[in-house]
Design a protein around this ligand. Structure first.
Ligand code: AMP
Ligand code: DBH
Length: 564
């Protein structure tokens, strides 16, 4: 195992708050209710005690919990976590696949006032170590093993590499994996204790950004701001108490968590079914059995589902709404989903930093197929500006209907990343707009069409890859002189990664498969291992000679396009 790609010391605020007068406006407008997630759950349990809240499978055991049961579990687990020494304001690195325990664990941490840091199941040593160190996590909570990978051992390695971690907590699913030396999650079950209610305007959790520079940034979301987006998402997506949401994507991701996701379903008094895998065989069986009404998919999965629906023996007739987002869903695919699955399509263009756009259920088909929706809130401010020079932005608005870079601020969009003062200086404008890095066109109806991006990021069917991060991994190989990573069009994923690698003199025998294995063995999420690797003798040099990585990537993209 080699060292971290970046080991910067955290600097800056945990939460860059909204200016007091803006916060007052959001409260007065009724967006922020001044209610913590814990209080929210208690109210839901009182309103829908006997309704099913969570359905899922842990190993061989199937769980089906009502709202009252979920509330009780969250209370007992919160007491257990508190008994273990987990305290308000501490960060707890969470890496759980779609097991039902995900829901009470998250809600219990909210009740304690400790913040889950939402790692994805695909993350490996490099990512976990980075976020554990950045957040100064005091505990890592994971599953023994999942998809033939030993998450218990990964959590242990992460803890050992991170001085702040005191406890490793493991959910035993009977899948093998390392549980020795860990606190069993099942043991964290104690009689409820009185816990102080966390400040609704304080940080509830840390979401991970896909990132465009280096490793993921941490996104601090508050109880008040997130609950607003959850509430409105549930309404916009038409969730009712008799609805059933299928979490097909990993529940820790912002999309299946909140758009409308598991939390939106809970808000509506509806059930959430956690699917262990999003493949049509698994998901269709669950849809038929649980009478699922709504789900969310990334475009490649939506295409796979649309194809598979034609020959499935399963009854999909309960399904009413399918949300598609995370990456661009073009008009051709958008037009196919409704008829193939017998549903209403809702496009969703969101980001863990905040802003979420939905096409509305009563929008004309034309808008549903050609746009990625319009913002949730009347107070989501959207600016579409000249993208010409990201280094020296003038931020002048483009002509109506023209494409430009999307800037946004509003009642549920962060004003800064967690402890990242330096990065925040460029990621946000002086007046608090978040630079999304997306290129959009705005219609007269206020809908946004995503037409590209200005940020250096590859979107692999919803999985975001920062080229610099992959380049750093490649360049750690002794035989690599230089590397540049770009996105190339792909009919299935939309884009995939292509790494151009210049070997050191004398190392010309270097191969792509050696490098792919090298990157994988450094412990990174599999989706970051380059899809294609081209070994080249040198790079195209533009202008004066020495090029920046950005210019180099531009030149490689231009050459790749020309060759096609
Ligand atoms: P993240 O900041 O990691 O949460 O990723 C959010 C990014 O995903 C957005 O800024 C977009 O680049 C991309 N994205 C999400 N939804 C869509 C969509 N429906 N169409 C195109 N891009 C999307
Ligand atoms: O890609 C995303 O991050 C995303 C997509 C759809 C998201 O955060 C969301 C909806 O809330």
């Amino acid at each position: 195992m080699t060292g971290a790609v970046t080991a910067q010391a955290p600097g800056g605020d945990e939460l860059v708050g909204w200016p007091p007068e803006v916060a007052a406006r959001y409260r007065a407008a009724g967006y922020w209710h001044g209610r913590s997630f814990g209080t929210w759950l208690s109210l839901l349990a009182a309103a829908h005690p006997g309704r099913t809240a969570v359905v899922g499978r842990t190993g061989d055991v199937e769980h089906r919990w009502t709202f009252a049961e979920l509330d009780r579990r969250a209370h007992r687990l919160a007491a257990g976590l508190h008994g273990l020494g987990v305290r308000p304001g501490e960060n707890v690195l969470l890496q759980l696949p779609n097991v039902p325990e995900f829901v009470p664990v998250v809600l219990a941490l909210f009740r304690v006032g400790a913040r889950p840091v939402f790692a994805l199941p695909a993350h490996r040593d490099t990512e976990l170590r980075h976020v554990a160190q950045w957040s100064q996590a005091t505990a890592v909570l994971t599953v023994d093993a999942h998809a033939r990978f030993d998450h218990g051992a990964l959590a242990r390695r992460t803890a050992d590499a991170t001085g702040s971690v005191r406890e490793v907590i493991v959910l035993d699913t009977g899948a093998g994996g390392t549980t020795a030396g860990a606190v069993p999650l099942a043991g964290l079950d104690a009689d409820p204790v009185e816990l102080p209610d966390p400040d609704p305007e304080g940080v509830a959790f840390l979401q991970l950004s896909g990132g465009s520079t280096g490793l993921p940034k941490l996104i601090p979301r508050t109880h008040d701001d997130y609950l607003y987006s959850v509430r409105e998402s549930a309404r916009i997506c038409g969730l009712r108490p008799d609805g059933v949401y299928l979490a097909a994507l990993p529940a820790a991701h912002n999309f299946p968590l909140s758009s409308p996701g598991v939390l939106g379903a809970l808000h509506a008094g509806a059930a959430s079914v956690l699917a262990p895998s999003p493949d049509p065989a698994t998901a269709f069986a669950l849809i038929a059995r649980e009478r699922v009404t709504i789900t969310g998919l990334v475009p490649p999965l939506a295409a796979a589902w649309a194809d598979a629906a034609a020959r499935t023996p399963h009854d999909l007739s309960s399904l009413e709404v399918v949300l598609v987002g995370g990456a661009k869903c073009g008009p051709e695919l958008a037009g196919r989903i409704g008829p193939a699955l017998g549903v209403r399509l809702q496009q969703v263009f969101g980001m863990a930093e905040g802003l979420v756009n939905y096409t509305r259920l009563d929008d004309p088909d034309e808008l549903v197929c050609t746009t990625q929706g319009r913002p949730i809130s009347p107070d989501d401010e959207v600016r579409v500006v000249d993208p010409d020079d990201p280094a020296a932005p003038s931020d002048s608005e483009v002509q109506p209907g023209r494409a430009g870079a999307l800037l946004t601020r509003g009642p549920y969009t962060i004003r800064g990343y967690y402890r990242a003062a330096e990065h925040n200086a460029t990621a946000f404008t002086e007046d608090g707009f978040y630079r999304t890095g997306d290129l959009v066109r705005r219609t007269p109806t206020g809908h946004l069409e995503v037409v590209g991006r200005v940020k250096e990021q590859v979107n692999r069917g919803g999985e975001k890859v920062a080229p610099t991060e992959v380049e750093d991994h490649l360049m750690a190989h002794a035989d690599v002189l230089d590397a540049a990573v770009i996105g190339v069009p792909d009919s299935y994923l939309g884009e995939r990664t292509c790494a151009y690698v210049v070997p050191r003199p004398g190392a010309e025998a270097l191969t792509g498969s050696v490098l792919r294995r090298f990157v994988r063995e450094r412990g990174v999420a599999a989706f970051k291992v380059p899809d294609l690797i081209e070994i080249v003798p040198d790079f195209p040099v533009t202008g004066v000679g020495k090029t920046s990585k950005r210019e180099l990537r531009d030149a490689l993209r231009a050459r790749a396009t020309e060759e096609r």
